[in-house]
Design a protein. Sequence first.
Length: 262
Amino acid sequence: MRRESVFLIIVSSISLMLIGACLYVAYKAFDYRRHVNYFLDKYTNVVSEFSGRQRYAADNSRLAGKTNPRRVVFLGDQIIESWDLQKYFGDYEAVNRGITGQRLSGFILRLRPDVLELQPRAVLIQFSSYNFRPRGSVKEVKDFIVDISQLCSCNDVEPILTTVIPVRENEDLFEEEGFKSYVVSDTLREFNAWLIEYCRQMGFRLIDSDKALANERGYLPEELSIDNTHLNQDGFTRLAETTLRALKDLDWSTTYHETTAR
């Protein structure tokens, strides 16, 4: 009897181990497929429609020829796309032109249909920290911002630039095979300092998103964010407060060029 009990215990243990192993393999297979599909979607998006010009084509056609002196375009990535603009900016015609995961190079390619041809009074330009990577350079990002802001200015659309929101403290170190590791926050501080000075020299409006969201150590707090590049509702509320102050300072009764000519 004792021998049979020991045998049953051994068989049960082995069975449980096999079941556990199968569940683990199934989980890993599911996780692998999820990651493959995620990166496949990003690859497909980059290859098939890098600029994202078709994303808002239908809505751009709807707005074509319908001017509004209180129209402001929000141009950006997932921060803008996820932002419920009507909730916070109901006194304006806030036009959302955010595309998750897009970098500044894509902004330039869709600037004309998504911003200039809509003839807004102003455009808010926002982008995230993943534009800063070892394979690129801070100068390249600066060049993109200069090009976008000055193209808008020349087309009578007031550019409103924003500092880059901070990263979470536990995700500050960026590492990639083949490149030297570096601290993202150091790069953001360098760029944001340049952007503040650039806006001062050009007379462009600036929204200091970094200052509005950063904690006392200069990082993005978890209570305001979902992850390193996505805000939660509290984060959006905080960002909306500083954005509204900038919008209220605009003279909505005149065009941008009329304002600057005074």
